[in-house]
Design a protein around this ligand. Structure first.
Ligand code: UN1
Length: 494
């Protein structure tokens, strides 16, 4: 009998009001059912939003550094439970344990960073244009935040949004992905144990209906979303019509450029990790490799040899390099894209198929796949696949390579391998992406730096670092006149 998990509302574990559930399976072995979770509806979201709105009244009044103390304790608990949490996360979403440990670490980093920021959260003071008058500005919390995330970073990505939101004095209604709901409950456990008061953080599980209810609930003032560009666009239009703040973190079609003067061994390490780490299921994954023509053939040969050695297997098994894709639907999607690549005339030189040998047949495994002779107009060069598929393109020179890199609807991460410092700075200037790495793969952003992208990747916000506080605060401007007389701005001083 599979375990049955609940929502977390107002500090209590509760079933959904209509009682429907969905099941969560281990993608490395579909017979392994983690448990059933509530398929929440509008009524459950309303209960969570009301609890969060009530809790907001007292939470916003607690001095920010005291809120920070709770977040710091949450960071300590995450650190103590790191191994256990990582194993639970791997069981439900597949990536190897060394990666889920990194995922927890990113949440720990964010907890400590947010805790520290509660002693800063700087405002600005400026001189007034009038005598005996003072101008100040402060960051104020916004209210109840609706947080909706993907499954691929089940601890790090929610933390990026939730911890800064709480630090600023907001309360939260969180919907984890249906593919990683258990991690959402583990996060609720950690925050409760850290001493977060009831109602400040609430978890509602469910699918599209639950997400839409969060976006539409009038008590929820801000939406923070990580997921597909299509769903993000729907959220933006619904929430926009209600004048809600929305921060969207969506797809990518990230590329690594390799120039002939690069350290080619380093570039090889970079692309293997960037393309096949997390089974290619990162919004920052390297899904295009742009090689200078002078090294094209040689680099491809070395890449095939290297990638062929990657060990595919369950993430809980020691020695696994690459885990499964998240579910059967995604397995079909990756399969469809490899068929599209072949039809478009690209040459598949590695993988290209489902892996179902032995125990792999019980899960959703796909061989690391490389397409060469890819043209920039092909769908496999333009559309996000979210799987272990790398498209290799050829460039004449750096200008051509950057033009190819920029020629997609997305703009999240990017990478250039070169030893030429002038080329490195040109690339930093000309690449259209939120993040550019020099001699580093496209994955591996650090928690205290702005994270986000341009074009179809986002809507102008940045998570991570100090910039995330712009999402979860509103500015309050204050004028204090101590002259004792009416001083009319723009009039009495000119
Ligand atoms: C994501 O894939 O949604 O930069 C986030 C990285 C990680 C975060 C990825 N730190 O690859």
């Amino acid at each position: 009998m599979a375990e049955s998990f609940r929502n977390f509302i107002n500090g209590r574990w509760v079933d959904s009001q209509q009682g429907q559930t969905f099941q969560n399976q281990n993608p490395a072995n579909l017979d392994d059912v983690i448990g059933s979770f509530p398929l929440s509806t509008e009524a459950d979201v309303a209960a969570a939003a009301e609890a969060a709105a009530q809790a907001y009244k007292t939470w916003r009044m607690i001095p920010a550094p005291k809120r920070g103390d709770i977040l710091r304790r949450a960071g300590d608990i995450l650190a103590e439970r790191k191994d256990e949490l990582a194993r639970a996360m791997t069981r439900e979403m597949g990536k190897p344990v060394f990666e889920t440990k990194g995922d927890v670490q990113e949440a720990i980093d964010t907890a400590y960073y947010s805790a520290t920021e509660t002693r800063r959260l700087f405002g600005y003071n400026t001189p007034s244009e009038l005598p005996d008058k003072m101008n100040l500005s402060f960051r104020m919390p916004v209210g109840v935040c609706g947080i909706i995330t993907a499954w691929n970073f089940p601890m790090a990505v929610p933390s990026w949004k939730i911890f800064p939101a709480l630090a600023c004095g907001n309360t939260v209604v969180y919907k984890p992905s249906e593919d990683a709901p258990h991690s959402g409950n583990l996060l609720a456990e950690v925050l409760a144990e850290a001493g977060l008061p009831a109602g400040v953080f609430n978890v509602v599980h469910g699918a599209a209906q639950c997400g839409a209810a969060i976006v539409e609930h009038p008590l929820i003032k801000v939406i923070g979303f990580t997921g597909s560009t299509q769903v993000g666009a729907e959220i933006a239009s619904r929430a926009g019509a209600m004048n809600k703040k929305v921060s969207l973190e969506m797809g990518g079609k990230n590329a690594q450029i390799v120039m002939p003067d690069a350290d080619l061994d380093l570039a090889l390490d970079g692309v293997v990790w960037g393309a096949f780490g997390t089974t290619g299921q990162r919004c920052t994954a390297t899904s295009r490799l742009i090689l200078h023509e002078a090294i094209y053939d040689d680099f491809i040969n070395r890449l095939i040899t290297r990638a062929a050695k990657l060990r595919l297997g369950p993430g809980l098994e020691e020695g696994t390099d690459v885990g499964p894709v998240i579910n059967q639907k995604q397995l079909r999607r990756v399969q469809e894209y490899t068929a599209i690549g072949r039809e478009e005339g690209a040459l598949c030189v590695l993988g290209g198929d489902r892996a179902d040998e032995g125990q792999l047949g019980r899960g959703c495994f796909f061989h690391p796949t490389i397409f060469i002779n890819v043209d920039r107009n092909m769908r496999i060069a333009r559309e996000e696949i979210f799987g272990p598929v790398l498209s290799v393109l050829k460039a004449r020179d750096l200008t051509d390579a950057i033009e190819i890199l920029n020629d997609t609807p997305y703009g999240l991460s990017s990478s250039l391998y070169t030893s030429n410092v002038n080329d490195a700075f040109r690339a930093v200037r000309d690449i259209e992406a939120g993040i550019t790495y020099i001699n580093v793969p496209t994955i591996g952003a650090e928690a205290h730096m702005p994270f986000g992208g341009v074009k179809g990747t986002g809507n102008g916000h940045r998570e991570g670092g100090w910039t995330v506080f712009d999402i979860f605060t509103e500015w309050k401007t204050v004028y204090i006149d101590y002259s004792g007389s009416l001083q009319r701005a723009q009039i009495d001083n000119y």
